[in-house]
Design a binder for this molecule. Structure first.
Ligand code: NAD
Ligand code: DAU
Length: 376
Protein backbone atom coordinates (compact mmCIF):
# COMPACT_ATOMS: atom_id res chain seq x y z
CA UNK A 1 0.00 0.00 0.00
CA UNK A 2 1.19 3.46 -0.80
CA UNK A 3 0.98 6.22 1.78
CA UNK A 4 1.32 9.58 0.10
CA UNK A 5 1.55 13.09 1.51
CA UNK A 6 0.19 15.71 -0.88
CA UNK A 7 1.11 19.20 0.31
CA UNK A 8 -1.04 22.21 -0.57
CA UNK A 9 -4.03 19.97 -1.24
CA UNK A 10 -6.53 22.62 -0.17
CA UNK A 11 -5.31 25.00 -2.88
CA UNK A 12 -6.24 25.19 -6.54
CA UNK A 13 -4.12 22.53 -8.26
CA UNK A 14 -3.57 20.52 -5.08
CA UNK A 15 -7.31 19.97 -4.62
CA UNK A 16 -7.57 18.49 -8.12
CA UNK A 17 -4.59 16.22 -7.45
CA UNK A 18 -5.99 15.06 -4.09
CA UNK A 19 -9.42 14.37 -5.65
CA UNK A 20 -7.86 12.40 -8.52
CA UNK A 21 -5.68 10.26 -6.23
CA UNK A 22 -8.38 9.64 -3.58
CA UNK A 23 -10.91 8.53 -6.19
CA UNK A 24 -8.59 6.66 -8.53
CA UNK A 25 -6.54 4.81 -5.90
CA UNK A 26 -8.79 3.63 -3.06
CA UNK A 27 -5.96 1.33 -1.96
CA UNK A 28 -3.62 4.30 -1.31
CA UNK A 29 -3.67 6.44 1.79
CA UNK A 30 -3.71 10.13 0.86
CA UNK A 31 -2.65 12.64 3.49
CA UNK A 32 -3.35 16.24 2.56
CA UNK A 33 -1.00 18.58 4.47
CA UNK A 34 -2.05 22.20 4.22
CA UNK A 35 -1.56 25.23 6.44
CA UNK A 36 -4.80 26.78 5.14
CA UNK A 37 -3.32 30.15 4.27
CA UNK A 38 -5.60 32.69 2.56
CA UNK A 39 -5.34 30.44 -0.55
CA UNK A 40 -6.29 27.17 1.16
CA UNK A 41 -9.96 26.25 1.19
CA UNK A 42 -11.35 22.94 2.39
CA UNK A 43 -14.57 23.64 0.51
CA UNK A 44 -12.53 22.63 -2.57
CA UNK A 45 -12.57 19.05 -1.27
CA UNK A 46 -16.06 18.65 0.13
CA UNK A 47 -16.90 15.77 -2.18
CA UNK A 48 -14.06 13.55 -0.96
CA UNK A 49 -13.55 14.62 2.66
CA UNK A 50 -15.31 11.53 4.09
CA UNK A 51 -13.52 8.97 1.96
CA UNK A 52 -11.79 6.31 4.10
CA UNK A 53 -8.45 6.65 2.28
CA UNK A 54 -8.23 10.42 2.90
CA UNK A 55 -6.87 12.39 5.84
CA UNK A 56 -6.46 16.13 6.22
CA UNK A 57 -3.71 17.52 8.45
CA UNK A 58 -3.55 21.24 9.09
CA UNK A 59 0.16 21.93 9.35
CA UNK A 60 2.91 24.21 8.10
CA UNK A 61 5.47 22.50 5.86
CA UNK A 62 8.11 24.71 7.47
CA UNK A 63 7.51 22.87 10.76
CA UNK A 64 10.18 20.20 10.40
CA UNK A 65 9.30 18.30 13.60
CA UNK A 66 5.65 17.94 12.57
CA UNK A 67 6.58 16.86 9.04
CA UNK A 68 9.02 14.25 10.35
CA UNK A 69 6.55 12.91 12.94
CA UNK A 70 3.79 12.70 10.33
CA UNK A 71 5.99 10.77 7.91
CA UNK A 72 6.83 8.32 10.70
CA UNK A 73 3.22 7.99 11.86
CA UNK A 74 1.87 7.44 8.34
CA UNK A 75 4.88 5.45 7.07
CA UNK A 76 4.97 7.69 4.08
CA UNK A 77 6.36 6.31 0.82
CA UNK A 78 5.62 9.22 -1.49
CA UNK A 79 5.43 13.01 -1.34
CA UNK A 80 3.78 15.19 -3.97
CA UNK A 81 4.72 18.71 -3.02
CA UNK A 82 2.47 21.54 -4.20
CA UNK A 83 2.23 23.78 -1.12
CA UNK A 84 3.59 27.21 -1.94
CA UNK A 85 2.90 30.87 -2.00
CA UNK A 86 1.85 31.09 -5.64
CA UNK A 87 0.85 34.63 -6.60
CA UNK A 88 3.44 36.85 -8.31
CA UNK A 89 1.82 40.12 -7.17
CA UNK A 90 1.94 39.06 -3.53
CA UNK A 91 5.60 38.14 -3.91
CA UNK A 92 6.33 41.69 -5.10
CA UNK A 93 4.82 43.07 -1.89
CA UNK A 94 6.06 40.41 0.52
CA UNK A 95 9.07 38.43 -0.71
CA UNK A 96 9.99 37.09 2.75
CA UNK A 97 6.88 34.94 2.99
CA UNK A 98 7.74 33.42 -0.39
CA UNK A 99 11.30 32.58 0.67
CA UNK A 100 10.03 31.09 3.92
CA UNK A 101 7.34 28.83 2.47
CA UNK A 102 8.74 28.01 -0.94
CA UNK A 103 12.41 27.64 -0.04
CA UNK A 104 12.54 26.78 3.67
CA UNK A 105 9.29 24.81 3.52
CA UNK A 106 10.59 22.65 0.68
CA UNK A 107 13.90 22.15 2.50
CA UNK A 108 12.06 21.16 5.66
CA UNK A 109 10.10 18.49 3.76
CA UNK A 110 13.21 17.23 1.98
CA UNK A 111 15.18 16.92 5.21
CA UNK A 112 12.30 15.20 7.03
CA UNK A 113 11.89 12.71 4.16
CA UNK A 114 15.64 12.11 4.03
CA UNK A 115 15.91 11.34 7.75
CA UNK A 116 12.78 9.21 7.77
CA UNK A 117 13.55 7.22 4.60
CA UNK A 118 17.25 6.72 5.39
CA UNK A 119 16.23 5.18 8.74
CA UNK A 120 14.14 2.48 6.97
CA UNK A 121 15.78 -0.86 6.14
CA UNK A 122 14.90 -0.49 2.45
CA UNK A 123 15.97 3.17 2.51
CA UNK A 124 14.97 4.99 -0.69
CA UNK A 125 13.65 1.92 -2.50
CA UNK A 126 10.05 2.41 -3.58
CA UNK A 127 10.07 6.03 -2.40
CA UNK A 128 9.44 9.20 -4.39
CA UNK A 129 9.68 12.93 -3.70
CA UNK A 130 7.85 14.77 -6.48
CA UNK A 131 8.19 18.56 -6.54
CA UNK A 132 5.69 20.66 -8.53
CA UNK A 133 7.28 23.73 -10.05
CA UNK A 134 6.53 26.38 -12.62
CA UNK A 135 7.66 27.56 -16.04
CA UNK A 136 8.36 30.98 -14.50
CA UNK A 137 11.77 29.77 -13.27
CA UNK A 138 12.99 29.91 -16.88
CA UNK A 139 12.42 33.67 -17.18
CA UNK A 140 10.71 35.26 -20.16
CA UNK A 141 10.68 34.55 -23.88
CA UNK A 142 10.67 37.05 -26.74
CA UNK A 143 7.43 37.68 -28.62
CA UNK A 144 8.93 36.68 -31.93
CA UNK A 145 11.20 33.77 -32.57
CA UNK A 146 14.80 34.34 -33.59
CA UNK A 147 13.85 33.58 -37.20
CA UNK A 148 11.31 36.39 -37.03
CA UNK A 149 8.30 34.08 -36.96
CA UNK A 150 5.42 34.99 -34.68
CA UNK A 151 4.10 32.04 -32.72
CA UNK A 152 0.50 30.93 -33.28
CA UNK A 153 -1.07 32.92 -30.47
CA UNK A 154 -4.70 32.42 -29.56
CA UNK A 155 -5.27 29.05 -31.13
CA UNK A 156 -4.60 25.80 -29.40
CA UNK A 157 -1.97 24.11 -31.49
CA UNK A 158 -0.61 20.61 -31.31
CA UNK A 159 2.94 19.69 -30.51
CA UNK A 160 3.58 20.02 -34.24
CA UNK A 161 3.64 23.76 -34.00
CA UNK A 162 6.78 23.41 -31.95
CA UNK A 163 8.39 21.60 -34.85
CA UNK A 164 7.22 24.27 -37.24
CA UNK A 165 8.08 27.34 -35.21
CA UNK A 166 11.59 26.56 -34.07
CA UNK A 167 13.14 26.35 -30.66
CA UNK A 168 11.96 29.44 -28.85
CA UNK A 169 10.13 27.60 -26.07
CA UNK A 170 11.08 26.56 -22.58
CA UNK A 171 12.61 23.09 -22.68
CA UNK A 172 13.85 21.05 -19.73
CA UNK A 173 17.41 22.24 -20.28
CA UNK A 174 16.59 25.96 -20.56
CA UNK A 175 18.79 27.90 -18.15
CA UNK A 176 17.04 29.20 -15.04
CA UNK A 177 16.55 32.95 -15.15
CA UNK A 178 13.80 33.92 -12.67
CA UNK A 179 12.73 37.55 -12.41
CA UNK A 180 10.07 37.83 -9.70
CA UNK A 181 10.52 37.00 -6.01
CA UNK A 182 7.97 34.22 -6.61
CA UNK A 183 9.90 32.61 -9.45
CA UNK A 184 13.22 33.14 -7.63
CA UNK A 185 11.83 31.26 -4.63
CA UNK A 186 10.50 28.43 -6.83
CA UNK A 187 13.85 28.23 -8.67
CA UNK A 188 15.65 27.98 -5.36
CA UNK A 189 13.35 25.20 -4.16
CA UNK A 190 13.90 23.30 -7.45
CA UNK A 191 17.66 23.50 -6.89
CA UNK A 192 17.31 22.11 -3.37
CA UNK A 193 15.22 19.18 -4.65
CA UNK A 194 17.82 18.31 -7.29
CA UNK A 195 20.62 18.76 -4.74
CA UNK A 196 18.97 16.16 -2.50
CA UNK A 197 19.06 13.69 -5.36
CA UNK A 198 22.62 14.48 -6.33
CA UNK A 199 23.96 14.57 -2.77
CA UNK A 200 21.97 11.93 -0.90
CA UNK A 201 20.45 9.85 -3.69
CA UNK A 202 16.89 10.85 -2.83
CA UNK A 203 14.50 9.69 -5.60
CA UNK A 204 13.23 13.08 -6.75
CA UNK A 205 11.32 14.33 -9.77
CA UNK A 206 10.63 17.95 -10.74
CA UNK A 207 8.01 19.18 -13.17
CA UNK A 208 7.61 22.71 -14.50
CA UNK A 209 4.14 23.62 -15.67
CA UNK A 210 2.59 26.56 -17.47
CA UNK A 211 -0.46 28.61 -16.37
CA UNK A 212 -3.36 26.49 -15.12
CA UNK A 213 -7.02 27.44 -15.36
CA UNK A 214 -10.20 25.72 -14.20
CA UNK A 215 -12.47 25.33 -11.14
CA UNK A 216 -11.38 26.24 -7.58
CA UNK A 217 -8.71 28.79 -8.53
CA UNK A 218 -8.39 31.57 -5.98
CA UNK A 219 -9.97 34.72 -7.45
CA UNK A 220 -6.84 36.87 -7.34
CA UNK A 221 -5.57 35.09 -10.47
CA UNK A 222 -6.52 36.48 -13.87
CA UNK A 223 -9.28 34.14 -15.03
CA UNK A 224 -11.44 33.69 -11.89
CA UNK A 225 -10.95 37.35 -10.89
CA UNK A 226 -12.14 38.53 -14.28
CA UNK A 227 -15.09 36.12 -14.47
CA UNK A 228 -16.31 37.38 -11.11
CA UNK A 229 -15.73 41.03 -11.99
CA UNK A 230 -17.60 40.70 -15.29
CA UNK A 231 -20.50 39.07 -13.50
CA UNK A 232 -20.67 42.01 -11.09
CA UNK A 233 -19.80 44.57 -13.79
CA UNK A 234 -16.64 45.66 -12.02
CA UNK A 235 -13.54 47.01 -13.82
CA UNK A 236 -11.09 44.49 -15.28
CA UNK A 237 -7.57 45.67 -14.41
CA UNK A 238 -5.36 44.77 -17.38
CA UNK A 239 -1.67 45.21 -16.55
CA UNK A 240 0.32 47.33 -19.01
CA UNK A 241 -0.89 46.91 -22.60
CA UNK A 242 -2.31 43.42 -22.10
CA UNK A 243 0.21 42.10 -24.63
CA UNK A 244 1.91 39.57 -22.34
CA UNK A 245 1.58 35.95 -23.39
CA UNK A 246 0.81 32.94 -21.20
CA UNK A 247 0.44 29.27 -22.15
CA UNK A 248 -2.82 27.95 -20.64
CA UNK A 249 -3.50 24.39 -19.50
CA UNK A 250 -6.73 23.02 -18.03
CA UNK A 251 -6.03 22.07 -14.41
CA UNK A 252 -7.32 18.49 -14.70
CA UNK A 253 -4.85 17.88 -17.50
CA UNK A 254 -2.08 19.00 -15.13
CA UNK A 255 -3.41 16.65 -12.42
CA UNK A 256 -3.41 13.80 -14.96
CA UNK A 257 0.18 14.56 -15.87
CA UNK A 258 1.15 14.55 -12.18
CA UNK A 259 -0.46 11.13 -11.72
CA UNK A 260 1.37 9.74 -14.76
CA UNK A 261 4.73 11.19 -13.82
CA UNK A 262 4.45 10.19 -10.16
CA UNK A 263 3.95 6.58 -11.23
CA UNK A 264 6.00 6.33 -14.42
CA UNK A 265 8.41 9.25 -14.54
CA UNK A 266 12.14 8.58 -14.35
CA UNK A 267 13.88 9.48 -11.10
CA UNK A 268 16.02 12.62 -11.23
CA UNK A 269 14.34 13.78 -14.44
CA UNK A 270 12.58 17.05 -15.14
CA UNK A 271 9.43 17.19 -17.28
CA UNK A 272 7.86 20.33 -18.69
CA UNK A 273 4.05 20.37 -18.80
CA UNK A 274 2.17 22.80 -21.03
CA UNK A 275 -0.90 23.25 -23.15
CA UNK A 276 0.58 24.22 -26.54
CA UNK A 277 -1.84 27.08 -26.05
CA UNK A 278 -0.37 30.59 -26.05
CA UNK A 279 -2.61 33.61 -25.62
CA UNK A 280 -2.01 37.33 -25.30
CA UNK A 281 -3.74 38.47 -22.12
CA UNK A 282 -6.01 40.90 -23.92
CA UNK A 283 -7.21 38.19 -26.32
CA UNK A 284 -8.00 35.70 -23.59
CA UNK A 285 -9.77 38.46 -21.65
CA UNK A 286 -12.00 39.11 -24.66
CA UNK A 287 -12.86 35.41 -24.88
CA UNK A 288 -13.73 35.39 -21.17
CA UNK A 289 -15.92 38.49 -21.53
CA UNK A 290 -17.80 37.01 -24.50
CA UNK A 291 -18.28 33.68 -22.71
CA UNK A 292 -19.52 35.20 -19.45
CA UNK A 293 -21.87 37.53 -21.32
CA UNK A 294 -23.30 34.70 -23.40
CA UNK A 295 -23.78 32.37 -20.43
CA UNK A 296 -25.45 35.13 -18.42
CA UNK A 297 -27.80 35.89 -21.30
CA UNK A 298 -26.22 39.26 -22.01
CA UNK A 299 -25.26 40.41 -25.49
CA UNK A 300 -21.83 38.99 -26.32
CA UNK A 301 -19.17 41.65 -25.86
CA UNK A 302 -21.48 43.97 -24.00
CA UNK A 303 -18.99 44.13 -21.10
CA UNK A 304 -15.90 45.00 -23.15
CA UNK A 305 -15.97 48.49 -21.67
CA UNK A 306 -15.00 47.01 -18.29
CA UNK A 307 -11.46 46.60 -19.65
CA UNK A 308 -9.31 49.07 -17.71
CA UNK A 309 -5.61 49.41 -18.45
CA UNK A 310 -3.65 49.87 -15.22
CA UNK A 311 -0.01 50.21 -14.18
CA UNK A 312 2.03 47.25 -15.38
CA UNK A 313 3.21 44.55 -12.98
CA UNK A 314 6.81 45.28 -11.88
CA UNK A 315 9.21 43.06 -13.83
CA UNK A 316 6.28 41.60 -15.80
CA UNK A 317 7.57 38.62 -17.83
CA UNK A 318 6.57 39.08 -21.48
CA UNK A 319 5.98 35.54 -22.66
CA UNK A 320 5.92 31.99 -21.33
CA UNK A 321 5.59 28.97 -23.62
CA UNK A 322 6.31 25.38 -22.74
CA UNK A 323 7.64 22.67 -24.98
CA UNK A 324 6.21 19.49 -23.46
CA UNK A 325 7.33 17.12 -26.20
CA UNK A 326 9.56 15.17 -23.80
CA UNK A 327 6.56 14.25 -21.65
CA UNK A 328 4.58 13.39 -24.74
CA UNK A 329 7.34 11.22 -26.23
CA UNK A 330 8.34 9.40 -23.03
CA UNK A 331 5.02 8.97 -21.24
CA UNK A 332 2.42 9.67 -23.92
CA UNK A 333 0.79 12.62 -22.15
CA UNK A 334 -1.11 15.28 -24.11
CA UNK A 335 -3.63 17.92 -23.08
CA UNK A 336 -7.08 16.36 -23.41
CA UNK A 337 -9.19 19.49 -23.69
CA UNK A 338 -9.32 21.96 -26.50
CA UNK A 339 -9.12 25.47 -25.09
CA UNK A 340 -12.62 26.51 -26.25
CA UNK A 341 -14.07 23.57 -24.33
CA UNK A 342 -11.94 24.23 -21.26
CA UNK A 343 -12.77 27.91 -21.00
CA UNK A 344 -16.49 27.25 -21.48
CA UNK A 345 -16.42 24.60 -18.70
CA UNK A 346 -14.46 26.96 -16.46
CA UNK A 347 -16.71 29.99 -16.90
CA UNK A 348 -19.77 27.83 -16.41
CA UNK A 349 -18.31 26.35 -13.21
CA UNK A 350 -17.65 29.78 -11.65
CA UNK A 351 -21.09 31.06 -12.62
CA UNK A 352 -22.69 27.93 -11.13
CA UNK A 353 -20.65 28.18 -7.91
CA UNK A 354 -21.30 31.75 -6.92
CA UNK A 355 -21.58 30.72 -3.29
CA UNK A 356 -18.03 29.30 -3.37
CA UNK A 357 -16.87 32.60 -4.83
CA UNK A 358 -18.86 34.77 -2.41
CA UNK A 359 -17.44 32.89 0.56
CA UNK A 360 -13.98 33.94 -0.55
CA UNK A 361 -14.58 37.46 -1.74
CA UNK A 362 -14.87 39.32 1.52
CA UNK A 363 -13.29 42.18 -0.41
CA UNK A 364 -10.03 42.14 1.50
CA UNK A 365 -7.97 40.39 -1.16
CA UNK A 366 -8.94 42.97 -3.74
CA UNK A 367 -7.76 45.85 -1.59
CA UNK A 368 -4.40 44.13 -1.14
CA UNK A 369 -3.16 45.44 -4.48
CA UNK A 370 -4.65 48.96 -4.52
CA UNK A 371 -1.27 50.59 -3.90
CA UNK A 372 0.26 48.73 -6.87
CA UNK A 373 -2.43 48.97 -9.53
CA UNK A 374 -4.77 51.69 -8.32
CA UNK A 375 -8.16 51.26 -6.78
CA UNK A 376 -10.35 48.86 -8.74
P1 NAD B 1 -2.59 27.96 -4.44
O1 NAD B 1 -2.04 29.26 -3.95
O2 NAD B 1 -3.95 27.89 -4.98
O3 NAD B 1 -2.51 26.87 -3.26
C1 NAD B 1 -1.39 26.76 -2.42
C2 NAD B 1 -1.78 25.90 -1.23
O4 NAD B 1 -0.61 25.75 -0.39
C3 NAD B 1 -2.88 26.51 -0.37
O5 NAD B 1 -3.84 25.55 -0.04
C4 NAD B 1 -2.13 26.97 0.88
O6 NAD B 1 -2.92 26.95 2.05
C5 NAD B 1 -1.00 25.96 0.95
N1 NAD B 1 0.16 26.47 1.69
C6 NAD B 1 0.77 27.67 1.52
N2 NAD B 1 1.79 27.79 2.41
C7 NAD B 1 1.82 26.63 3.13
C8 NAD B 1 2.65 26.15 4.17
N3 NAD B 1 3.65 26.90 4.67
N4 NAD B 1 2.42 24.92 4.66
C9 NAD B 1 1.39 24.16 4.18
N5 NAD B 1 0.57 24.57 3.21
C10 NAD B 1 0.79 25.79 2.68
O7 NAD B 1 -1.51 27.43 -5.49
P2 NAD B 1 -1.72 26.66 -6.87
O8 NAD B 1 -1.99 27.64 -7.93
O9 NAD B 1 -2.62 25.53 -6.66
O10 NAD B 1 -0.23 26.10 -7.10
C11 NAD B 1 0.17 24.88 -6.50
C12 NAD B 1 1.62 24.60 -6.87
O11 NAD B 1 1.74 24.51 -8.28
C13 NAD B 1 2.59 25.68 -6.42
O12 NAD B 1 3.77 25.05 -6.00
C14 NAD B 1 2.83 26.51 -7.67
O13 NAD B 1 4.10 27.10 -7.63
C15 NAD B 1 2.73 25.45 -8.74
N6 NAD B 1 2.26 25.91 -10.07
C16 NAD B 1 1.11 26.64 -10.19
C17 NAD B 1 0.66 27.00 -11.46
C18 NAD B 1 -0.63 27.78 -11.67
O14 NAD B 1 -0.92 28.20 -12.78
N7 NAD B 1 -1.44 27.99 -10.65
C19 NAD B 1 1.40 26.64 -12.60
C20 NAD B 1 2.59 25.91 -12.42
C21 NAD B 1 3.00 25.54 -11.16
O1 DAU C 1 3.19 30.19 -15.44
C1 DAU C 1 2.82 29.52 -14.28
C2 DAU C 1 2.39 30.51 -13.23
O2 DAU C 1 1.12 31.00 -13.62
C3 DAU C 1 2.33 29.91 -11.83
O3 DAU C 1 3.60 29.50 -11.43
C4 DAU C 1 1.76 30.91 -10.83
O4 DAU C 1 1.60 30.31 -9.56
C5 DAU C 1 0.41 31.39 -11.33
O5 DAU C 1 -0.08 32.38 -10.47
C6 DAU C 1 0.53 31.95 -12.75
O6 DAU C 1 1.29 33.15 -12.76
P1 DAU C 1 0.87 34.45 -13.63
O7 DAU C 1 1.48 35.63 -13.02
O8 DAU C 1 1.11 34.20 -15.07
O9 DAU C 1 -0.75 34.40 -13.39
P2 DAU C 1 -1.80 35.56 -13.11
O10 DAU C 1 -3.15 34.92 -13.18
O11 DAU C 1 -1.46 36.34 -11.89
O12 DAU C 1 -1.63 36.51 -14.35
C7 DAU C 1 -1.78 36.06 -15.69
C8 DAU C 1 -1.43 37.21 -16.61
O13 DAU C 1 -2.45 38.21 -16.48
C9 DAU C 1 -0.13 37.91 -16.26
O14 DAU C 1 0.51 38.34 -17.45
C10 DAU C 1 -0.56 39.12 -15.45
C11 DAU C 1 -1.91 39.47 -16.04
N1 DAU C 1 -2.89 40.03 -15.08
C12 DAU C 1 -3.14 39.37 -13.93
C13 DAU C 1 -4.05 39.85 -13.02
C14 DAU C 1 -4.31 39.11 -11.72
C15 DAU C 1 -3.57 41.20 -15.40
O15 DAU C 1 -3.37 41.80 -16.47
N2 DAU C 1 -4.48 41.69 -14.49
C16 DAU C 1 -4.74 41.05 -13.31
O16 DAU C 1 -5.57 41.56 -12.51
Amino acid sequence: MKSIIITGGAGFIGSHVVRLFVNKYPEYRIINVDKLTYAGNLANLKDIEDKPNYRFVKADICDFDTMYALMQEEQVTGIIHLAAESHVDRSIKDPFTFARTNVMGTLSLLQAAKLYWEAQPEKYEGKRFYHISTDEVYGALEMTHPEGITPPFSTQASSEHHEAYGEDFFVETTKYNPHSPYSASKASSDHFVRAFHDTYGMPTIVTNCSNNYGPYQFPEKLIPLFINNIRHRKPLPVYGKGENVRDWLYVEDHARAIDLIFHQGTIAETYNIGGFNEWKNIDIIKVVINTVDRLLGRAEGEDMDLITYVTDRAGHDMRYAIDSRKLQAELGWEPSLQFEEGIEKTVRWYLDHQEWMDNITSGEYEKYYDDMYGKR
